[in-house]
Design a protein around this ligand. Structure first.
Ligand SMILES: [Zn+2]
Length: 204
């Protein structure tokens, strides 16, 4: 814990002090983020830093491999779907993004499942099985390229699942919400934007 507490003290002494007014204003009213981003839990993906965002600007939804589940309003616990619903129907964000990344450990585990059994992880990743099957069918590419292919296919799958949420579709149709997919490659310092009509990713 010491490292975290030391870090907090530095935050309070520096960033917090320099932005005290902003934090007081933010805390004194309900949040009103402009963006919601579904991204991976991966500790290397520091989403707010990547977008140079300030506190209050991004509603962040994180899970392993940035997956959006299918729309299934049943009696089970749906953390990601609940967060998406909250962002879209209640916070009314104007932009929703699903962001994948290169070298995703979740995607690696999807392509090459670990031997140890898991209570939740394997079942969670299984959601992206069609993306895995597509990537595995690419026998002409290197392991690295297959991984990237699976990461990009998973993003498309998540985006498709997202577009089937009925209240989200309504907001896209009335022009109040924009939905996009991004892919972050930290090693290359590159961000790719998905172009839905052509089904391709291109650097921003
Ligand atoms: Zn990841």
């Amino acid at each position: 814990m010491e490292r975290l507490i030391e870090g907090f003290k530095r935050f309070r002494g520096n960033y917090f002090e320099a932005n005290r007014g902003r934090f007081e204003r933010l805390a004194g009213r309900p949040q009103h983020p402009r963006y919601a981003i579904v991204t991976c839990c991966d500790s290397r993906i520091d989403t707010t830093r990547v977008f140079d965002a300030i506190p209050g600007e991004v509603f962040l939804i994180r899970n392993i491999a940035n997956l959006v589940p299918p729309y299934e309003p049943d009696q089970r616990h749906h953390s990601t779907s609940a967060a998406i619903e909250y962002a879209v129907r209640f916070l009314k964000v104007g932009q929703l993004v699903v962001m994948g990344h290169a070298g995703c450990g979740g995607i690696r585990a999807l392509l090459d499942p670990p031997k140890e059994p898991s209570d939740f992880v394997n079942l969670w990743l299984e959601m992206a099985a069609p993306a895995r099957d597509h990537a595995r069918s690419r026998t002409d590419v290197s392991t690295e390229e297959r991984q990237r292919c699976c990461e990009l296919e998973t993003l498309k799958l998540s985006l498709n699942n997202l577009l089937a949420f009925p209240w989200l579709k309504e907001r896209i149709e009335d022009g109040s919400l924009q939905v996009d997919a991004l892919y972050l490659d930290l090693a290359r310092g590159e961000l790719l934007l998905y172009h839905l009509p052509t089904g391709t990713f291109a650097a921003v």
